[in-house]
Design a protein around this ligand. Structure first.
Ligand code: NDP
Length: 313
């Protein structure tokens, strides 16, 4: 068969680009298919303070651009396309995108994770018209206005902090009486005068004007007292975590109950020989850019060993 790739990388977050950097420096001439959101989740963040090597905060989109350039410099063929089907039963594996069909001896899956939604009335209807999952992207639309953020993890607290610099008032609505966000972020939150925390509360409905395409309030339930109230807001940000982007591999690879791809201990190997998974698509514990990058590195090294063992290279 002609033109079979050694390594095909699916996804362009820190895991995908790091796999590409390592695979291209090993002379494997990898191809990377970047997906619908090139750069992954870091492209919708602002300040990154915990990626090693930088004294001052760096910007997420900038970091991804650097990784992309580094992968390209070493010879990765980066393709802006979207994978719509894979056949892992055939070898070489078959990967079908919107525009082409690829054959590859190994695959690195680095498709990451996506924001979760509350699935409440009005949420979908007003998405992009007052409801958002990305404060960095949409916060500016609510300058000097009142917004609410649902969630209690790092994302929710970071979004609230970001919004507090733009908006008149930020309500953070959490279903428990304790955040799971890191203490350093909680400390910053507590210092903000325009952030109010609504503990033990759940958002049940988004209310707005369909014709004017804007929201006016959310219905909030106090899960201790069972009291319901309407809270007037202009923007609503959902920040309740993420789900792995693995629908493409359903029934084709072993996954856990939440849809994360299962890999062998201390490895990126999946249950299909020659298929590796790196980053948020397999990691529900750490979910950091630096751990995703580490797994990307592992996957490229493991792909090289696999190709060697199979006497393909
Ligand atoms: P998390 O899973 O950590 O937190 C999700 C939050 O949403 C929890 O507080 C959870 O409540 C709440 N929640 C989940 N489902 C619902 C629901 N249906 N209704 C109401 N509330 C809900 O997700 P994050 O996106 O915050 O973080 C993901 C990972 O990324 C974490 O490991 C985090 O540390 C990391 N991260 C790191 C950053 C950094 O280092 N700068 C920035 C952002 C994320 P409950 O607590 O009750 O379960």
């Amino acid at each position: 068969m002609n033109n079979v790739k050694n390594v095909l990388i699916i996804g362009s977050g820190p895991a995908g680009y790091t796999a590409a950097i390592y695979a291209s420096r090993s002379g494997l001439n990898p191809t990377l298919i970047s997906g619908l959101e090139p750069g992954g989740q870091l492209t919708i963040t602002t300040d990154v303070e915990n990626y090693p090597g930088f004294e001052n905060p760096i910007q997420g989109p900038w970091l991804m651009e650097q990784m992309k350039k580094q992968a390209a410099i070493f010879g990765t063929n980066i393709i802006n396309d979207f994978v719509k089907n894979v056949d892992l039963k055939k070898f070489p594996f078959v990967v079908e995108t919107e525009k082409e069909i690829f054959h590859s001896y190994s695959i690195v899956i680095a498709t990451g994770a996506k924001a979760k939604w509350l699935n409440i009335e009005g949420e979908r209807e007003f998405m992009g018209f007052g409801v958002s999952a990305c404060a960095t992207c949409d916060g500016f639309f609510f300058k000097n206005k009142t917004v609410a953020v649902a969630g209690g993890g790092n994302t929710a607290v970071e979004e609230a902090l970001f919004l507090s610099n733009l908006c008149k008032k930020v309500l953070i609505i959490h279903r428990r009486d304790k955040f799971r966000a890191e203490k350093i972020l909680q400390d910053r939150l507590m210092k903000k005068e325009n952030i109010e925390i609504l503990w033990d509360q759940e958002v049940k409905k988004v209310i707005g004007d369909k014709d004017k395409k804007c929201i006016s309030s959310i219905e909030v339930l106090n899960n201790k007292t069972k009291a319901k109230k309407d809270v007037k807001i202009d923007g609503f940000f959902v920040a309740i975590g993420h789900a792995p982007a693995t629908s493409l591999f359903k029934t084709k690879l072993k996954m856990d109950n939440d849809g994360y791809i299962i890999t062998s201990p201390d490895s990126t190997k999946t249950n299909v020989d020659g298929v590796f998974a790196a980053g948020d698509v397999t990691d529900k514990i750490y979910r950091q850019a630096v751990t995703a990058a580490g797994m990307g590195c592992m996957s490229a090294i493991e792909a090289e060993s696999f190709l060697n063992l199979k006497k393909i290279i």
